[in-house]
Write a protein that binds this ligand. Structure first.
Ligand code: SF4
Length: 401
């Protein structure tokens, strides 16, 4: 039986971080239960809802052929919800799908973690916590509008361990306002010292839709907008992370992700390997192998649609072979393990050996047998390399999946 990932989006936060442009809202806790109820309904009625939105479920994903092995509840800040509501969502999955959970992740912010809650998460079936640490330096956290401080991280980690969570991932952001080489080294060092099994490092991207982005556009100084590290500094932060994490025994398995051996995120690997996943909740995305679709972002509109028995899907894209080929490279080559070029050439009827050979000669790509990968030192320019690789490629065969 093939494996299926489930993503559940909880789009609520306590406040809006200055750099954030996600579709998340600060709402009254009274809205959490109706939202969780809508998610459970969407899960229970997913077949009917998908069919009503024109999603072809035949072949691609079906209860007869797929078993749910990974679940990821992200946001937003899903750890704000009462544990009982999160538990109901997992129960809805167990009732609606063939399930054999191996990795069940909850995103949590450090300041929301309490012993009782953590114990309830573990009892419900969560076995992995993705902790939104971002930095271990209070002035950076404060400038970014985060609710937690360094001491919250030190309080949260032992609570999670005591609850029996054996797999903790720390998120860090490289390029926060006020960040320096010294403070970045400190955050890396503390994440390592706390014994996290997994570390994700995101490069700060300034989006015009965020408060910080708007401030920069207006040449203002609020949110420490004039104290953002330069691009070269950020590149140096990334290289420092690669070196320090390697020394500490973490394997880099993806552009932004490092893990102790055996702790790679099984769920996130599905995204880069183009394996199927279903998303539930406002703004959640899904992929069947042939189609991608997304729910509407607005949480209130999502709840209203599901309560009326209607689909909340607002966009459906059927992949052309050319788009599917692009995805094979743009997603697949994020992984350090690379992609099976032989399979891709056969499936899409393309020949890329000559171009790969040219890139390899310039140190931009590596071929080992049939496996194509990008050198770790070139990951920061992966997009440029892939664009060059796929320049004017004509797809001759449909993507058979
Ligand atoms: S906690 Fe995450 S989703 Fe919420 S506002 Fe901050 S960055 Fe955005």
């Amino acid at each position: 039986m093939a494996e299926l990932g489930i993503y559940i989006q909880v789009p609520f936060c306590q406040t809006k971080c200055t750099y954030c442009n996600f579709h998340t809202g600060v709402v009254s806790p009274g809205r959490f239960a109706p939202y969780a109820d809508a998610v459970c309904r969407e899960i229970s009625h997913h077949r009917t809802l998908l069919e009503s939105a024109g999603i072809s479920m035949s072949g691609a994903i079906s209860g007869q052929t797929h078993s749910v092995d990974t679940v990821y509840i992200g946001g937003g800040t899903p750890s704000l919800l009462e544990p009982e509501l999160l538990s109901l969502m997992l129960d809805a999955l167990r009732a609606g799908f063939e399930c054999s959970f191996t990795e069940v992740t909850l995103e949590a912010d450090p300041e929301t973690i309490e012993a009782e809650k953590a114990a309830e998460w573990a009892a419900a079936g969560f076995n992995r916590i993705s902790l939104g640490t971002q930095s271990f330096v209070d002035e950076e956290l404060k400038a970014a509008g985060r609710m937690h401080r360094r001491e919250d991280i030190y309080r949260a980690a032992p609570i999670l361990r005591a609850a029996g969570i054996r797999n903790i991932s720390f998120d860090l952001i490289a390029g926060l306002p006020k960040q320096t080489h010294v403070s970045w080294r400190q955050s890396l060092g503390e994440a390592i010292a706390l014994g996290s099994e997994h570390i994700s490092i995101y490069m700060m991207e300034i989006d015009e839709g965020s408060r910080l982005g708007l401030e920069i556009l207006q040449s203002g100084s609020r949110y420490s907008a004039r104290e953002i590290p330069a691009e070269e500094e950020m590149a140096a932060f990334y290289e420092l992370a690669q070196a320090e994490l390697k020394t500490a025994g973490y394997l880099q398995y993806e552009i932004s992700n490092w893990a102790k051996p055996g702790f790679e995120s099984r769920h996130n690997l599905k995204y880069w390997r183009r394996e199927p996943y279903l998303g539930f909740g406002a703004g959640a995305h899904s992929f069947s192998g042939a189609q991608r679709w997304a729910n509407r972002h607005d949480a209130a509109a999502y709840v209203a649609a599901i309560s009326e028995g209607k689909s909340a899907i607002e966009s459906v894209d059927t992949l052309t072979p050319t788009l599917a080929l692009d995805e094979e490279f743009f997603l697949g080559l994020r992984q350090l393990s690379g992609i099976d070029l032989g399979r891709i050439e056969r499936e899409y009827g393309v020949s890329l050996r000559e171009r790969v050979g040219e890139l390899a000669a310039r140190g931009m790509a590596e071929m080992k047998g049939e496996i194509l990968r990008l050198p770790a030192a070139k990951l920061s320019v992966s997009s440029e390399i892939i664009v060059e690789l796929l320049r004017s490629v004509q797809v001759a065969a449909p993507a058979a999946r």
